[in-house]
Design a binder for this molecule. Structure first.
Ligand code: HEC
Length: 186
């Protein structure tokens, strides 16, 4: 090698070496999440059929009480967390458990500010179950995953999305189907 270019060669080599070290470091410095994977994980799986579990006793008063709480409770700090029905765990301070909040869209007996996005569910047993227009399985499926019988529904998906578990869906079904003492609000 020509003596006069040796220093240049040395400097270029050193520079390249330093740059490659930085290049490696930069890769480590930035966490590169796979966006398509994140989007996929966030999507609710496609409409899924569920069968009402055998141990879902619809006349169990404790179930009905929990179902009532979930139906009416708004996702707010004002929920009465001290007086939770038996078998229900209070969510932790930072836990956002959207406790059903069915009342946001549906009216029902004793509802406070029941919404009108969904049909009123007052007197459901007499109107739908006793007249055999619907059965318990229909209601269970509707709450678990309403997309099965109505693909473009605006109702929330509760079981496929894992917002609730099977037992909780049973609790809410039991409440909707209960013959209520309160007068229908609508
Ligand atoms: C974002 C609004 C919304 C929320 C929240 C919601 N629903 Fe609905 N619901 C609807 C709409 C709209 C329909 C009518 C379309 C359909 O059947 O999917 C419906 C239908 C239903 C039906 C079927 C009525 C019938 O016999 O035709 C039941 C039962 C029901 N909802 C129960 C519930 C329960 C229980 C909850 C709470 C876990 C709930 N819904 C939360 C909007 C909502």
């Amino acid at each position: 090698m020509n003596k006069s270019i040796r220093p240049f060669a040395f400097i270029s080599f050193t520079l390249l070496a330093v740059m490659s070290v930085y290049a490696v470091d930069m890769n480590k410095a930035y966490d590169m999440p796979d966006a398509s994977k994140i989007v996929k994980d966030d999507l609710i799986p496609s409409p899924t059929k569920f069968i009402i579990p055998k141990d879902c006793k619809l006349d169990d008063l404790e179930r009905i009480a929990r179902g009532k709480y979930m139906f009416h409770a708004l996702n707010s700090k004002n929920d009465n967390k001290e007086n939770l029905p038996k078998g229900m765990k209070a969510p932790k301070e930072d836990e956002v458990k959207p406790y059903g909040n069915c009342v946001a869209c549906h009216n029902i007996e004793n509802a406070i500010g029941g919404g009108t996005v969904g049909p009123p569910l007052s007197n459901y047993k007499a109107n739908f179950i006793d007249t055999k227009v619907r059965d318990a399985q229909f209601v269970y499926q509707k709450i678990a995953d309403p997309r099965v019988d109505m693909h473009n529904t605006s109702m929330t998906v509760n079981l496929t999305s894992k917002l609730f578990n099977e037992s909780e869906i049973c609790d809410i079904t039991a409440y909707v189907l209960e013959l209520k003492k309160e007068k229908p609000t609508k």
